[in-house]
Design a protein around this ligand. Sequence first.
Ligand code: PLP
Length: 381
Amino acid sequence: MNIPFNKIYLTGNEIKLIEEAFNMASVSGDGYFTSRVSSLLEEKFHIPKVLMTTSATHALDMSMQLIGLETNDEVIMPSFTFPSTANASILQGATPVFAEISQNTLNIDPDDIERKITKKTKAIVPVHYGGVGCEMDRIIRIAQEYNLYIIEDAAQGVNSKYKDKFLGAWGHLACYSFHGTKNYISGEGGALLINSEDEELIERADIIRQKGTNRNKFLKGEVDKYTWVDKGSSYTPSDILMAVLYAQLQHLDIIKEKRRKIVCHYIDNLRGYLESGLLKGMTSVEDYQDSNHHIFYILINKEASRNKVISKLRDFGINATTHFEPLHSSSMGQSLGYNLGDLPITERVGETLIRLPLYTDMTIKEADYVIHKLDKILKEI
Ligand SMILES: *Cc1c(COP(=O)(O)O)cnc(C)c1O
């Protein structure tokens, strides 16, 4: 059997809606499907304003610009994340400050956020790893106490909840990703979420997204020509891609349920290894974390055997992978002054984590094959 690591899922409506976009000549930014998709996300996830973007990376860049980061400002975030999270702050001249994660969720540890706050801290970026929510109630209390912004990196968190609220609806600002490897895809694409009714803030976000122009005011008939008013770039996705995304979002909960079945099957069958000590951890989903099941990971016992496990799985046709190289120990992280040993939990997780194959249309039979072969390998090692 050959089990890929990931496989895209199509609802079957994608081509039809692309054709509709072409028939309406709606191909550039902010066309018919862009507006359908942003309204759907606003309504479903209770977000006051959703602006579709070319990627989550760009939505993060826009967020850091919107909060007015300046040189010497500090932004606290986990080291266990994708480089985009940190780049967004660096591009504004600010400094990312890496905090430790909690062993049970691999999300930023609120206690370490508090330890890392200085006079220069301006914002906190919680990253919801694998679609499992960070402790947002505690993080919000900290942000309020120290008067900090929260920008959620919910790139992996579309259609997940923490307690009673969807991920992306907690922070001042947040981002989603619709990259081809995520649960809902447009190929490349993302969204900036603004949890505020502040018209001025929303207008500024729109200007940044529209190449620094007030084109949106023009489209609404509020000015008779549009002009250059601020710094900005080109962050509007093509309506063709938003047609694809609209087709995907028609299966919002079907996709989540299909992934839930596979993840629960993995957990039920692998839980015993935690008790026997063969595994140190795995994706866990508590009742208050209504996850979208973006990732299923295991933490193996010894660093030395991770590559062995991955290569033995590959021999059986199973494609498993590692995940984030911690940002603080990367070459860029070291040039920011970080050293190996600074964040021990993050480093151990970075060295011992394996992501098992998981895709929306995966069958129980395929998952069983992975479980069976993994069992064999773990017992040999
Ligand atoms: C995927 C991902 C991103 C980047 O998303 P793009 O849409 O590809 O720019 C950022 N942060 C995290 C945590 C991600 O997983």
